[in-house]
Design a protein around this ligand. Structure first.
Ligand SMILES: NC(=O)C1=CN([C@@H]2O[C@H](COP(=O)(O)OP(=O)(O)OC[C@H]3O[C@@H](n4cnc5c(N)ncnc54)[C@H](OP(=O)(O)O)[C@@H]3O)[C@@H](O)[C@H]2O)C=CC1
Ligand SMILES: O=C(O)C1=N[C@H](C(=O)O)C[C@H](O)C1
Length: 264
């Protein structure tokens, strides 16, 4: 059994991860952390009855007391780097879904992994469908350089654009390069109407109750458009990817960035 702890245990993703890990025969929940801990039993939190593991409020203490091998982090952009540093310092392998990490953050994690010989997996999206959507978009960009991204999420999301949208734009850039899109003289009559600008790729973020996580990548060419769309209609969509990462992180080499790199 691989010993797993979860940071952000009371959150939307944290609870879903606790349920999925609890059901998995190769993984065992040994600890959980959340900033607003009431020291609840994790089993009761997920409707599985008492399992004798409580939600703590301090990561270092929980690591000392529970000796995890893997830390899953679904917290927030202000918290995640500190959690990763603590985990790696203690020889615990991070599996990170929290978005909002900068390029410098990812480089720091890569370096920490190398220095400490501890592995980590970071993925802006753990759903297989979203990974395929990104790969198909990257391929389509070879033939359709004009592209815009619309991402749609629940209205409790802290970061915009989504980590997935940024990763999609990065992947598209590898196949088409930076360019201006739209009329050279276009004017925004309302600031922000054309969305965020990632090397010419416009990214539009919708935040509404009712959504989970959705993205459309729209390509335009002469007399045609191509739309690649992915919908996470429930957070269960992320669980096979998270569980796979928990199992693979002990044996990968250093930092792996992106679920696609462990799916094959
Ligand atoms: N990679 C992927 O596939 C996915 C990534 N995500 C990302 O995961 C992250 C979490 O999403 P979601 O579950 O919806 O968010 P939630 O806000 O529902 O959950 C985050 C939890 O972390 C808690 N928290 C805040 N600060 C700390 C801290 N210092 N230590 C421990 N816990 C803390 C929050 O408490 P409080 O509410 O009090 O702040 C909350 O309970 C986001 O960055 C999101 O973008 C989400 C879905 C899929
Ligand atoms: O906050 C979310 O919900 C999600 N966040 C990730 C992102 O920012 O891309 C992954 C998924 O879109 C859900």
């Amino acid at each position: 059994m691989i010993r797993v702890m979860v940071c952000g245990a009371y959150g939307k993703m944290g609870r879903e991860v606790l349920k999925a890990v609890h059901r998995d025969e190769q993984l065992s929940i040994v600890g959980a952390v959340d900033i607003k801990s009431n020291f609840d039993d994790v089993g009761e939190l997920i409707g599985a009855g008492k399992i004798g593991v409580t939600v703590g409020n301090d990561l270092q203490t929980v690591i000392n007391e529970t000796k995890p091998q893997v830390m899953v982090d679904f917290t927030n952009p202000d918290t995640v780097m500190n959690n990763i540093r603590i985990a790696i310092k203690n020889g615990v392998c991070p599996v990170v879904g929290t978005t909002g990490l900068s390029e410098a953050d990812v480089s720091e994690v890569r370096e920490l992994c190398k220095q400490s010989r501890v592995n980590a997996i970071i993925s802006p999206n753990f759903s297989v469908g979203a990974v395929l959507m990104m790969q198909l978009a990257q391929e389509a960009a070879k033939y359709f350089p004009h592209v815009e991204i619309i991402e749609l999420h629940h209205d409790q999301k802290l970061d915009a654009p989504s980590g997935t949208a940024l990763r999609t734009a990065e992947l598209i850039m590898q196949n088409r390069g930076s360019m201006h899109q739209g009329h050279p003289a276009e004017v925004e009559k309302l600031a922000g109407s054309r969305g965020g600008n990632f090397e010419g790729i416009r990214i539009h973020s919708v935040r509404l109750p009712g959504y989970v996580a959705h993205q459309e990548v729209i390509f335009g060419g002469l007399g045609q458009t191509l739309t690649i769309r992915h919908d996470s209609i429930s957070r269960e969509s992320f669980m096979p990817g998270v569980l796979l990462a928990c199992k693979r992180v002990l044996t990968v080499d250093g930092l792996v960035y992106g679920l696609e790199n462990i799916m094959k």
